[in-house]
Design a protein around this ligand. Structure first.
Ligand code: SF4
Ligand code: SF4
Length: 68
């Protein structure tokens, strides 16, 4: 069953440190071209570990199916 939540990175805050990548149990987040972290929403289970780890506060958990 798909998770209700997924992580989303605010690219304006991300400093591409890679801390989120190390803690993700699903391999769902990666630093794209050394510029910003990007989440594979299909793999993300919304556990929130990346958000807790992010020193820049760049990750938010969003409800699936609810567009901004
Ligand atoms: S919420 Fe969990 S599964 Fe999703 S990207 Fe962050 S650490 Fe990975
Ligand atoms: S931990 Fe935060 S600042 Fe670092 S790469 Fe991930 S989203 Fe960007």
């Amino acid at each position: 069953m798909p998770s209700k939540r997924y992580a989303r990175v605010d690219r304006d805050y991300c400093v591409a440190c890679g801390c989120c990548v190390k803690v993700c149990p699903m391999d769902a987040i990666a630093v794209w071209h050394g510029v910003e972290a990007r989440v594979d929403e299909a793999r993300c289970v919304g556990c929130g570990r990346c958000a807790k780890e992010c020193p820049a506060g760049a990750i938010e958990l969003k409800e699936r199916g609810m567009q901004p």
